[in-house]
Design a protein around this ligand. Structure first.
Ligand SMILES: C[S@@+](CC[C@H](N)C(=O)[O-])C[C@H]1O[C@@H](n2cnc3c(N)ncnc32)[C@H](O)[C@@H]1O
Length: 239
């Protein structure tokens, strides 16, 4: 069974009811650490792809501009509740498909993709878009589970994948599949500990100037349609 955008929209409308109390609780600490890897400066513009219920929005400093993009109306309504309740005026929500995002090239200083790359129908295409939307010096931070390099664990990840895809994500996605044909380099990647399920991967444009990895780091096809030439659009499609 393949992931599809229409299926995701339906599944995550359902997840929205319980997300913060279940999966969200499990992943929030890692989201905070992933956000730190963006190394934000005042005035930066950040795109949070697959922002979901907006748990990450609570963690951005108020002096950056954040655009949270998602496909699911249910998830976005939860995110909108948070932005209203917490007065997050620096955050804007956009309902759109990350497979065809409504922004011009180089619109953002940095991009974060948290637990979404294994959800979309075409992970490499998502990253290809991210490389276009981020400025040449920007970071793309991906937080996700990737298929294990351990054959025994990978065997189980393949076995449970049909169930996982039904409930909203792939368990068999390899990082290599995401990077295939995409002009990015892995700057560094790490896990919170060796047995952690999730990884934080920091990507840069393949031709970006090199920066030293921080000490915590563990070294471990389709052609895109033409981008919109219009200015960045903040199409808030919410009540
Ligand atoms: C597992 S949730 C992650 C939410 C949040 N980033 C987090 O880390 O808690 C995946 C999110 O990706 C969204 N999503 C899936 N496919 C998408 C697409 N093609 N475009 C935009 N959002 C998408 C889903 O609606 C869902 O909110």
């Amino acid at each position: 069974m393949r992931m599809t955008e229409s299926g995701n929209s339906r599944v995550y409308d359902l997840w929205a009811r319980v997300y913060d109390r279940t999966f969200g609780r499990l992943v929030h600490r890692r989201q905070i650490i992933a956000l730190k890897q963006l190394r934000l400066s005042p005035g930066d513009r950040v795109l949070d792809i697959g922002v979901g219920t907006g748990l990450s929005l609570l963690e951005y400093p108020a002096d950056v501009r954040v655009v949270g993009l998602d496909l699911s109306e249910g998830m976005l309504l939860k995110a909108a509740d948070k932005t209203r309740r917490e007065g997050l005026d620096h955050c804007t929500l956009v309902r759109a498909d990350a497979m065809l995002p409504p922004f011009a090239d180089a619109s953002f200083d940095h991009i974060i993709i948290s637990h979404t790359i294994s959800v979309v129908s075409d992970p490499a295409r998502l990253l290809a878009w991210a490389t276009r939307l981020v400025k040449p010096e920007g970071r793309i931070v991906v937080l996700n589970h990737f298929r294990s390099g351990n054959p025994f664990i990978a065997w189980w990840e393949d076995r449970v994948n049909p169930i996982c895809t039904r409930i909203g994500w792939r368990s068999d996605l390899c990082l290599e599949e995401c990077l295939d044909g995409v002009a990015v380099d892995v700057s560094y990647r790490f896990k919170l500990n060796t047995i952690d399920f999730w990884q934080i991967v920091v990507l840069r444009h393949a031709d970006a100037p090199r920066h030293a990895a921080p000490p915590a780091a563990q070294p471990m096809d389709e052609p895109l349609p033409a981008p919109s030439q219009s200015k960045t659009r903040l199409a808030v499609d919410l009540p």
